[in-house]
Design a protein around this ligand. Structure first.
Ligand SMILES: Nc1ncnc2c1ncn2[C@@H]1O[C@H](COP(=O)(O)OP(=O)(O)OP(=O)(O)O)[C@@H](O)[C@H]1O
Length: 621
C-alpha cells in the first residue's frame, strides 16, 4: 500500500497522508514550533533556481527592450518639458503676459541653459577619463530610472484619462485650426487662422478661413460640433460671419459660462419716451457675448416654455412691459395661474382674466375673433391685405397683444380644451396680418398643452430651462435637442437663461433681461401715465378713477344729487372707501373732472355732488 503525500490547500502546507480507497486522514495538528520546522525542512529541499526566479533569456531581452524604449520616451518627454521651459510656453496662454515679458523670460532661461552646458560637458569629460565604465553604468542607471518614471507617469495617465485637451484660454492658431477641422468643416491643412488668436475680455477670438468652398453658414450650423471640438459648452461659443467674405468666420469662445452671474438690467428701465411697438424691436436680453437681443413684434406670435422657476414670468415681462410703454397697444393679459404675476398690468389692460376661468377665456377669444373679423373688413374696404404702422394709423387700428400665462390651465381643459386650441390656432394664423399678436407661456411644455399644429405656427419660440429634451423640443421644434439646442442642458441656477428662436433659423443661447416685481410696478405706472396722456387708458374697473366713479354711482342709487356727508356714508361700506373724508373725495374726483358744489336739498344748502357729473366723467374715462 503506497502512501501519497499531497499538499492540502488551506492547511498551510501541512502534509496529509491518504491511502487509496480511504478518506484523507487528517493528522493531529503538530504544535506550531514543530510544524514550522517541518516547513523549513521541506522548503530547504526546493532547488535555489525555484526560490530565486531567474528569468529566461527571452524575457530578459524583452525587459531590456522595454526599459530602453521607455527610457528614450522619458528622455524625450524631459526634452519636451525643457524646450517648453526655455521657450516660456506657459506664458503664451496667460492673458496678462505681454510679448515683452515673454521675451524677457525666454532670454533669462536661455542664459541659464548656456551657463549649465559647459558645467555638464566638463563633468562628462572628467567622468570618462577617470573611469568610463562607471560613467556608462551611471548613464544606464539614469536611463533605467527615467524608464521607471516614464512607466509610472504613463500608468497614472492611463488610469485617470483626462480626455482630449481643451483649447484653453488662449490657444495657438494650429489648435484652433484643428478644432475647426475636427468639427467636420474640412481638412486641417485647408483651414487657416487669419491674424493672431486674441483675448477679448473673458474670451478668446480668432478669424478663421474655412477650406475653399466651405461657406460660413455651414460653420454657423455646426456650432454644436465646434463647441465640442473646442471643449466648451454651446453657450460659451459664438460663430459670426465675417462681412465681405462668405468663407470666413469669427470664432468667439468664452472662458466661463456667460449666461451665469449677475442679473442683466433691461434698457426699458432707463427709457423715458414711449415705445413704438410697430417700428421698434422688443429688447428681451443678451446673447452669450453680451450683445442685445431683440425681435420685431408685428405679424409675430410667441411661445415661451420652461420648468417652474426657469424665468418665464420675467421673460414675459420683457414683452409686456415694452408693449405697455407703447400707449397705443391694447393689452389683453390672461393669468392661468390665478396669481399676482400679471396684476400690475390690470390697470392698463383693456381685457383681463386673472383666474383659470375657461369660460371667461372662451368668451374673450370669441370677442377677439370678432375684432379680427372687423379689422379684416376695414382692411378690405381700403384694399389692403395686412396692417402696417401707417395703415394702422390711417384706419385707427391699434396693435393688440393677447398674452396667456400657464396655457395648460386652458388648453388641457377636458371639456373646452380642443375648442380653445382651435380658436387660438385661428387667431395666430389669421390674426397676425390684422395686428393681433398672440403670446403664450407654459411651465409644462408638452404636446397635450401646445399641440404641434399650434406650436408650428407660433413664430417666436423661447425655451427656458426645461426638465427634459422632449420638453425643449416642444418649444424649439422636433430634433433641436439632438442637434445640441437643448434647454434641458441649461444649469438650473442660471435663471433666465434659454434658447430664443426669433430671428434667423437657429436658436440663440441667451439670457433674459431681469424685470422683477418692482421694475414691473414702476414700468406699468409709467405706462399708465403715458396712456393717460395719450387718452388711451381703457375704461376698466381696475383703474382707480373708474372704480371710484362706479362706486359713487352705486352710492347715488336713484338720487340725482347728494350732500357730501351722505354720499360718503353710502360710499363707506364699499371696499376701499371706509375712511374717506370730504377733502380726499374732492382730491380724487377733481382730476376726473368732477367738482363739489353748493346743493339745495329739501331747502337746505350744503356741499355735495351731482350724479350727472359722475356719469359724464365715467363716459369720458
Ligand atoms: N432673467 C433673469 N435674470 C436673473 N434672475 C432671473 C431671471 N429670470 C428669472 N430670474 C429669477 O428666477 C426667479 C423665478 O423666475 P420666474 O418667476 O420668472 O419663473 P417662472 O418660470 O415664471 O416660474 P413659475 O413657472 O413658477 O411661474 C425670479 O424671481 C428671479 O429671481
Amino acid at each position: 500500500m503506497t502512501e501519497q503525500a499531497i499538499e492540502h490547500e488551506g492547511q498551510g502546507g501541512v502534509i496529509v497522508p491518504i491511502r487509496p480507497g480511504l478518506e484523507p486522514v487528517h493528522p493531529t495538528p503538530a504544535p506550531p514550533r514543530v510544524r514550522s520546522l517541518r516547513t523549513v525542512r521541506e522548503r530547504s529541499q526546493i532547488p535555489l533556481r525555484r526560490l530565486v526566479r531567474v528569468r529566461p533569456r527571452r524575457e530578459q531581452v524583452h525587459a531590456l527592450a522595454r526599459h530602453t524604449g521607455y527610457g528614450v520616451l522619458g528622455v524625450a518627454r524631459a526634452g519636451g518639458a525643457y524646450w517648453r521651459w526655455v521657450t516660456a510656453s506657459e506664458y503664451a496662454t496667460n492673458p496678462k503676459a505681454t510679448p515683452d515679458l515673454i521675451e524677457q523670460v525666454r532670454l533669462r532661461r536661455r542664459r541659464t541653459s548656456y551657463a549649465l552646458l559647459p558645467i555638464l560637458t566638463a563633468a562628462a569629460v572628467a567622468g570618462w577619463t577617470w573611469s568610463w565604465p562607471l560613467l556608462v553604468l551611471l548613464i544606464l542607471g539614469g536611463l533605467a530610472g527615467v524608464s521607471a518614471v516614464e512607466q509610472a507617469v504613463r500608468r497614472g495617465t492611463l488610469d485617470k484619462d483626462p480626455g482630449h485637451e481643451t483649447l484653453g484660454q488662449h490657444p495657438a492658431g494650429k489648435a484652433v485650426r484643428r478644432a475647426v477641422a475636427n468639427a467636420g468643416l474640412g481638412k486641417l491643412d485647408d483651414v487657416r487662422v487669419i491674424g493672431p488668436v486674441v483675448r477679448d475680455g473673458a474670451a478668446w477670438t480668432a478669424v478663421v478661413e474655412l477650406p475653399p468652398g466651405v461657406p460660413a453658414v455651414k460653420a454657423m450650423r455646426r456650432q454644436v460640433e465646434l463647441a465640442a471640438a473646442a471643449g466648451v459648452d454651446l453657450a460659451q461659443l459664438v460663430v459670426d460671419p465675417v462681412p465681405g467674405h462668405a468663407g470666413r468666420i469669427t470664432l468667439w469662445v468664452a472662458d466661463d459660462d456667460p449666461l451665469a452671474g449677475e442679473a442683466i438690467v433691461s434698457p426699458l428701465l432707463g427709457r423715458m419716451p414711449p415705445f413704438d411697438a410697430w417700428r421698434e424691436k422688443i429688447p428681451v436680453g443678451v446673447d452669450v457675448r453680451g450683445r442685445p437681443i431683440s425681435f420685431a413684434l408685428p405679424e409675430r406670435s410667441l411661445l415661451t416654455g420652461g420648468e417652474p422657476g426657469a424665468g418665464k414670468s420675467v421673460a414675459a415681462n420683457n414683452l409686456l412691459c415694452a408693449v405697455a410703454l407703447d400707449p397705443h397697444v391694447r393689452l389683453w393679459p390672461i393669468d392661468g395661474k390665478g396669481g399676482s404675476d400679471l396684476l400690475d398690468y390690470e390697470p392698463i389692460a383693456e381685457r383681463f382674466v386673472g383666474e383659470p376661468d375657461v369660460a371667461a377665456v372662451l368668451e374673450l377669444l370669441a370677442n377677439l375673433q370678432d375684432e379680427m373679423a372687423d379689422r379684416y373688413r376695414k382692411l378690405k374696404a381700403v384694399g389692403e391685405r395686412k396692417v402696417t404702422g401707417e395703415i394702422a394709423e390711417e384706419l385707427g387700428i391699434r396693435l393688440l397683444v393677447l398674452h396667456i400665462d400657464e396655457l395648460q390651465a386652458f388648453t388641457c381643459d377636458e371639456q373646452h380644451g380642443k375648442r380653445l386650441v382651435a380658436m387660438l390656432w385661428d387667431l395666430v394664423s389669421r390674426g397676425r396680418a390684422s395686428g393681433i399678436v398672440v403670446s403664450g407661456a407654459t411651465q409644462r411644455p408638452s404636446a397635450d398643452v401646445v399641440p404641434t399644429r399650434l406650436r408650428d405656427i407660433l413664430s417666436i419660440r423661447w425655451a427656458l430651462r426645461c426638465t427634459t429634451p422632449q420638453a425643449s423640443d416642444t418649444i424649439l421644434g422636433q430634433g433641436r435637442a439632438t442637434s445640441g439646442y437643448n434647454a434641458a442642458t441649461l444649469d438650473p441656477t442660471q435663471r433666465g437663461a434659454g434658447f430664443l428662436l426669433a430671428e434667423g433659423s437657429m436658436p440663440v443661447p441667451m439670457r433674459a433681461y431681469f424685470l422683477g416685481d418692482n421694475d414691473v410696478t414702476a414700468l406699468t405706472r409709467r405706462a399708465y401715465r403715458l396712456r393717460e396722456a395719450a387718452g388711451t387708458l381703457p375704461a376698466s374697473d381696475a383703474r382707480p378713477g373708474v372704480r371710484l366713479l362706479k362706486a359713487l354711482l352705486t352710492a347715488f342709487g336713484e338720487r340725482d344729487r347728494m350732500w357730501t356727508t351722505d354720499l360718503l356714508a353710502e360710499l363707506a361700506p364699499q371696499p376701499g372707501y371706509a375712511d374717506w373724508d370730504p377733502s380726499r373725495l374732492s382730491a380724487e374726483l377733481r382730476p376726473l373732472g368732477v367738482a363739489p358744489a353748493q346743493l339745495a336739498i329739501e331747502g337746505v344748502n350744503r356741499n355735495g355732488y351731482r350724479r350727472g357729473d359722475v356719469l359724464r366723467a365715467l363716459e369720458r374715462a
